[in-house]
Design a protein around this ligand. Structure first.
Ligand code: SF4
Length: 357
């Protein structure tokens, strides 16, 4: 199938079937960038309310650039992959400071911004600035692999290069942004992973996967990320209506969000072992304040399964936070302050059960 026939059929389909989404009605690079970052690893239905909330709160890049990080993380709460929110903030500051608040107009310049990879740079460059550069995301891999019968592994560098070259060859001379959106939308709505609508497909006559019955084989993705199982014992210390919390730092999951001091274990711990760990952390638990250990259902992230338990301990008002490593950065917060802190879904769920929103 030649490039111009492919792009024509895809764009015709798009004009009839595309979803009416707010970022499709603008060529403002700020809003396109915002939508692309929010939609990375996220379904449209889930990302849409976040996009609206961000545009409402920060209608201009300068407002986002000057907002406190904690406020941004709070607004992002529940969307996961929190490094995206931190990169979003860094990028806004970078554009505000280095480019006088205007996004650079070329793929190569956009690519240098924090958190902007090939995919996002090509989306902004083609949609906002009409640059002829192909967007290649999971939907595009799937459509091209099936229509052109390509068996290259989409998780390999060589495979990615091959698909990117083909995607660029298929770009029409005009309106590359519309074409890019059309292929992605076609993959998202029509040529879907499990149930492609082959019976009513404008590409059926030309599609290798349809002819050879390879729809569920293509695209090929070989490398699988290893899933790690983690057992976390959150130590929830309450003094009256105040909660002891700390901000996570470093490169681990949920960095920048707030949770409780935590004991990480290799296997499930008995109560005596928990008591020993608490003692080692500097927290003296008396016999009459034996902690309650609350189990919750496992929490699944992309590469980690979290088995969390909450060890609940009450301390008297005069209790002083021990100056041990375990409690570094920990402070007491009132329930209303806790509700304002950015937190993971796991911690929010736990707190909601205790009436803290
Ligand atoms: S015929 Fe089926 S597999 Fe081929 S492009 Fe259409 S929906 Fe996708």
């Amino acid at each position: 199938m030649n490039a111009s026939l492919f792009s024509r059929k895809i764009v015709e389909w798009y004009e009839q079937h595309h979803r009416n989404l707010p970022w499709r009605k603008t060529r403002d690079p700020y809003k396109i960038w915002l939508s692309e970052i929010i939609l990375q690893q996220t379904r449209v239905a889930q990302g849409l309310p976040y996009y609206r909330a961000f545009v409402r709160k920060y209608p201009k890049l300068s407002l986002l650039a000057s907002a406190p990080e904690q406020e941004i993380l709070r607004l992002w709460q529940g969307l996961g992959y929190y490094s995206r929110a931190r990169n979003l903030h860094t990028c806004a500051k970078q554009v505000h400071r280095d480019f006088k608040g205007k996004f650079p107009v070329s793929f190569n310049e956009l690519r240098k911004l924090k958190g902007v990879g090939d995919y996002t740079a090509s989306a902004i460059a083609s949609i906002a600035f009409n640059e002829r550069v192909a967007v290649v995301d999971g939907n595009v891999y799937r459509v091209l692999a099936r229509v052109f019968g390509i068996h290259a592994d989409i998780a390999s560098i060589a495979g990615k290069r091959k698909f990117t070259e083909l995607a660029n060859q298929l770009l029409p001379p005009h309106a590359p942004g519309t074409y890019n959106q059309a292929v992605m939308e076609f993959g998202a709505l029509h040529c879907t992973p499990r149930n492609p609508n082959c019976e009513d497909c404008p590409l059926q006559r030309h599609c290798v996967a349809f002819r050879k019955d390879l729809q569920l084989i293509l695209p090929v993705k070989i490398r699988k990320a290893k899933v790690t199982q983690r057992i976390l014992y959150y130590v929830v210390i309450r003094s009256g209506q105040r909660w002891l919390m700390r901000q996570r730092t470093g490169k681990d999951i949920w960095s920048g969000l707030y949770d409780f001091p935590v004991i990480e274990a290799k296997t499930k711990l008995k109560l005596e072992s928990i008591m020993r760990e608490l003692k080692a952390s500097g927290l003296k638990v008396q016999n009459h304040t034996v902690p309650d250990v609350i189990e919750v259902p496992k929490h699944i992230l992309s590469h980690q399964v979290i088995h969390a338990r909450f060890v609940e301990v009450s301390v008297p008002p005069q209790w002083k936070i021990p100056r041990t490593l375990f409690f570094v950065g920990a402070k007491f917060y009132s329930a209303s302050q806790v509700s304002q802190l950015p937190k993971s879904v796991l911690i929010s769920r736990y707190l909601k059960r205790h009436g803290v929103g």
